[in-house]
Design a protein around this ligand. Structure first.
Ligand SMILES: Cc1c2[nH]c(c1CCC(=O)O)Cc1[nH]c(c(CCC(=O)O)c1C)Cc1[nH]c(c(CCC(=O)O)c1C)Cc1[nH]c(c(C)c1CCC(=O)O)C2
Length: 357
């Protein structure tokens, strides 16, 4: 029997329960503000580029030893308070047989976009057998990580639908919105299918040992609040409901979502991720009581001088001073050409500045 079998995730007996990260998610007192970075594993790290050499992105997600190594790299280097599982939001779609690839410098590209009712049949249920490499990698990882929590993740139904309907990355989401407004029933059915798949994918990660999960609705900032409530929120709420009984914190993040922060909390999140456009004290007013916040240093700030980084970090920490729970992060993912030393310095700075309080 492994440690995971005896000490279930989410319970006070789990090895990660008393970590600063999980305490902040639960809005309990912390020894220091916990830090992790979206996209902390990846191209900013030379050791990542080295192990990925000659291995296509999606292939790398299916090799448990490689996933374990890549996930651990930023934890070792920066001393962050949590690891995020190395994978991609399109991995579950690939696992159920959707023909897609991740093109370097472009992102996910879908061979045949999904736009009709007949296309929906291609989105079959995801079972744990489809992603045994995920279960295996998380088992290896949680053994290596010990008391450091592992964050599992998935793409939210809207963001996944955007890739599937457009066929790839999109600035304006025109085909996606055409479907959402033009055939609301097909849209609702598509998002509901994606919610089932996403819920199943998160369950696999939690059952394998993930201590928290983050739902990335990266592109939902393109949607107005009324449309979000009507056409997006029911599916995201279904995903959060699917994993509610595990008792692990659920984080909800999107870019440009200032007008949606309250609704994204209401969808069922315990922690709301905030990009850099809304200060955290204002975000707290929008989200309301009972939720922790995560964020929100502009990732581009890391290209500035160390003094400027510290000054902008102080602004984030000052705005966060009155929050019920705060997890320090960037407002979006680490940019690929970021100096990794700037991330290590930032981690140390947040730890030191918040330890004395
Ligand atoms: C929208 C989205 C995607 N993937 C993801 C999102 C949501 C987060 C966000 O909003 O940024 C999520 C994601 N993708 C990846 C992770 C790994 C874990 C981590 O954060 O450290 C996570 C959490 C690895 C990856 N996913 C990808 C890379 C780069 C590929 C490479 O290193 O070869 C990595 C490390 C590819 C990818 N996959 C996607 C994009 C836009 C890209 C970048 C394309 C490019 O610029 O090359 C889709």
């Amino acid at each position: 029997m492994s440690a995971n079998d005896r000490r279930p995730v989410g319970s006070p007996q789990s090895q990660t329960y008393d970590s600063a990260f999980l305490k902040a998610c639960r809005r309990e007192a912390v020894p220091h503000t916990p830090v992790w970075f979206m996209r902390q594993a990846g191209r900013s790290l030379p050791e990542y580029l080295k192990v990925r050499e000659g291995i296509p992105m999606l292939d790398s997600c299916m090799r448990p030893e490689l996933v374990t190594e890549i996930t651990l790299q930023p934890v070792r280097r920066h001393g962050v308070d949590a690891a995020i599982f190395f994978s991609d939001i399109v991995v579950p779609l690939k696992a159920i047989g959707i023909d897609l690839d991740i093109k370097p410098g472009v992102g996910p590209v879908i061979a045949e976009p999904i736009r009709t009712r007949a296309d929906l049949a291609r989105l079959r249920d995801l079972t744990p057998e489809d992603v045994t490499y995920v279960t295996e990698a998380i088992g290896m990882l949680t053994r290596e990580l010990g008391s450091t929590p592992l964050i599992g993740f998935a793409g939210a139904p809207f963001t996944l639908a955007s890739y599937l309907v457009e066929g790839g990355p999109s600035r304006n989401h025109e085909h996606t919105k055409a479907l959402m407004y033009g055939d609301p029933q097909l849209w609702a059915d598509l998002l509901d299918r994606l919610a089932e798949i996403t819920g199943a994918f998160l369950k696999v990660q939690i059952e394998a040992g993930a201590s928290a999960v983050q739902l990335f609705d990266s592109w939902v900032g393109a949607i107005a609040p009324a449309d979000y409530t009507r056409s997006v929120m029911p599916a995201s709420a279904k995903v959060f409901d699917a994993v509610a009984s595990y008792g692990v914190p659920r984080i909800h993040f999107g870019v440009g979502t200032g007008e949606l922060l309250g609704l994204m909390g209401e969808a069922g999140a315990d922690v709301v991720g905030v990009d850099w456009r809304v200060p955290l004290d204002e975000a707290a007013r929008r989200v309301g009581p009972g939720k922790a916040l995560q964020g929100n240093l502009d990732p581009a700030v890391l290209f500035s001088t160390p003094d400027a980084v510290m000054a902008k970090t102080d602004e984030v920490l000052d705005a966060a001073a009155g929050l019920e729970g705060h997890i320090f992060n960037l407002g979006h993912g680490v940019l690929p050409t970021t100096d990794p030393d700037a991330l290590t310095r930032l981690t140390d700075y947040v730890h030191t500045r918040t330890a004395a309080r």
